[in-house]
Design a protein around this ligand. Structure first.
Ligand code: SF4
Ligand code: SF4
Ligand code: SF4
Length: 394
């Protein structure tokens, strides 16, 4: 065969879509499987056994190792534009990066909402006025193939790509293989990724089609995740402040893509020029506006970070401080039976039943802690900030 099917199961498939994007004879299609994860389907009759798909596939690489300590530079960063910080996830860094990249002739690549299909997809743009569509972390799988095809087939343009570490891994492998230097690769601290079925079953109660979906709004503060919908009647609907089924199921870690549990890509910064994310942990525990963490991994990454620095308030910090509050390098255990039950309910569009599997499985201690956190979440933001400042670990 000499193709990605040489490893017969797709358990560790990250759904990056790169195999499909680069296949010279279009023998690979990426489709949703029954659980709502993107998976490749190979037409063996079309395949010419060139082996290109294997060379960039994460599943075949035994040499990915954790970056424990490396010559990287770590920062906290917040955009000086307070309005932008309010509108974006964390400290509004990615939008500044995108603006600078477009100024330097890059096309930027991010994830936008598809309002017709209620899915998310990775797209490209060179229009600085359209980058607001990439705002907000989206937490479920994105369809990447068309964008990645454009990146790998276009010989002229430069691309600045923001994606999950596994997507960035695949792009870096392709760029190395083809000796391409036209990519600026930015990944983010990734916790894992949920299936499309989680989103599809969640939005049933919000009456799609939507005019707008804002992921990670800060209406309840930076630490309290929420989604804002504008429905067809232009009515604004904000997701629940506490016990939100989408975010609770996501953070339960019980419906991630299988590859996320043992993922090596999230625990290395070898493949990206910059890694960004929320600056979680004690230092900004009482901050309710948002702060970014930035890891500068390469000279190329440094040049773009230097370019945007006048627009930011930055502070140099230790790499270890940032990763200690992330899932970086931490093994993740999960209950396979509960995961199966939850995925089964989600594919039947039964999010309430899926939620019950998660909630009923919590210990009394965790339920009590969750109730206490919910009480804090219902307080005015200024009170939440003070409580968080005292507790530092809420
Ligand atoms: S990990 Fe990526 S390249 Fe490998 S099979 Fe899955 S989608 Fe294809
Ligand atoms: S081996 Fe080559 S032709 Fe066959 S699926 Fe992979 S990339 Fe396509
Ligand atoms: S945890 Fe790993 S496999 Fe999962 S989305 Fe993140 S980078 Fe990809």
């Amino acid at each position: 065969m000499n193709n990605i099917a040489d490893i017969s199961n797709y358990d560790q498939c990250t759904s990056c879509g790169m195999c499909s994007a680069i296949c010279p004879v279009e023998a690979i299609q990426i489709k949703l499987d029954e659980n709502g994860f993107y998976r490749p389907e190979i037409n063996e009759e079309k395949c010419i056994a060139c082996g290109k798909c294997k060379k960039i596939c994460y599943r075949f690489d035994q040499n990915i190792s954790l970056t424990a300590k490396k010559n990287v530079h770590a920062y906290s960063a917040v955009n000086k534009d307070k309005e932008l910080v309010r509108e974006c996830s964390s400290g509004a860094i990615s939008e500044e990066i995108m603006k600078a990249c477009i100024k330097h002739g890059y096309k930027v690549v991010g994830v936008e909402y598809d309002y017709e299909k209620d899915i998310i997809k990775t797209t490209t743009t060179s229009d600085v006025n359209s980058i607001t569509k990439y705002r907000g972390s989206k937490y479920f799988q994105s369809y990447t193939v068309e964008a990645f095809k454009e990146i790998t087939k276009n010989k002229e343009d430069k691309y600045a790509v923001i994606g999950t570490p596994c997507q960035i891994y695949a792009l870096r492998k392709w760029a190395e293989e083809h000796k391409k230097d036209n990519l600026l690769l930015i990944d983010f601290f990734c916790h894992g990724i949920a299936p499309v079925s989680l989103w599809k079953s969640y939005i049933k109660e919000f009456q799609s089609p939507f005019l707008k979906v804002d992921f990670r709004t800060k209406d309840y503060g930076w630490h309290n995740f929420a989604t804002r919908f504008i429905d067809a009647d232009k009515k604004e609907i904000l997701s629940k402040r506490t016990n939100d089924q989408f975010y609770d199921l996501f953070f339960s870690e019980l419906c991630f893509n299988n590859s996320c549990y043992k993922c090596k890509a999230r625990s290395t910064v070898e493949y990206s020029d910059l890694r960004i994310g929320d600056f979680w942990g004690k230092r900004y525990a009482s901050n309710m506006e948002g702060v970014s963490a930035v890891i500068v991994n390469t000279k190329k990454g440094y040049e773009i970070f230097k370019e945007i620095s006048p627009y930011l308030k930055t502070k140099k910090v230790e790499f270890e401080e940032i990763i200690s509050a992330q899932s970086y390098g931490k093994p993740r255990e999960y209950d396979a039976r509960k995961r199966e039950q939850i995925l089964d309910y989600l594919k039947k569009n039964k999010i309430k039943e899926a939620y019950k599997v998660y909630y009923n499985g919590l210990s009394v201690k965790v339920k009590t802690l969750k109730s206490a956190k919910n009480m804090i979440k219902k307080c005015p933001i200024i009170i939440q900030s003070r409580v968080r400042g005292i507790m530092k670990s809420v």
